[in-house]
Design a protein around this ligand. Sequence first.
Ligand SMILES: [Zn+2]
Length: 240
Amino acid sequence: MTRQLEPMPTDWRRALAVVAHPDDLEYGCAAAVAGWTDEGREVAYLLVTRGEAGIDTIAPSACAPLREREQRASAEAVGVSSVEFLDHRDGVIEYGTALRRDIAAAVRRHRPELLITLNHRDTWGAVAWNTPDHRAVGRATLDAAGDAGNRWIFPELGLEPWDGVRWVAVAGTDRPTHAVDATPGFERSVRSLLAHRTYIEVLTDEDPEAYCRTFLAGTTGAAAERFGGRPAVAFEVFPR
Ligand SMILES: [Zn+2]
């Protein structure tokens, strides 16, 4: 029998989600975020790029502000008002101390107990290769949880250390350990993904809403067999 996923920890108030691109959170996590903000928890988003290299038919200079607008609307659909962008370059994010420093700075400012990020591993499972941006941001976020708590790492930021991150939860890995019931936030997660309308209209000929609904029902439904039959958002949780 496959091992069941544990319910996500609930004894926290603030989360910070750190991902590479606009839409990374909407392709999986947003239903969980909607449930959390309903419960009165604070969730903030940190986007490492503006996703300016994400649409083949739109040049980066026009794409960046458009994707930023769509990301802010996506966040609003699930109760998130704090959305920040770091302006690393889409497609060529470099893993390294500059990225760790930027993420640690955000952790010190937001002081979250829970950090969320996207798959840091080489593949999505089997032979589906992950992108270099996701790997870099996922790994740097896992690292930044510790960096943020050490006052002698990145002292030039001039920010008080924050050693209060208790878990880093990674979405989209093939080794999930925990899950959140997706049902209460599901409809808003569809709205949230649908807010990336320009991106989706270029990606598929399907009706955008039908595309979003089918995609999210598929991913949350896949986790259900390991979560008591309930559609769920799954995470690989690294406790600290
Ligand atoms: Zn992405």
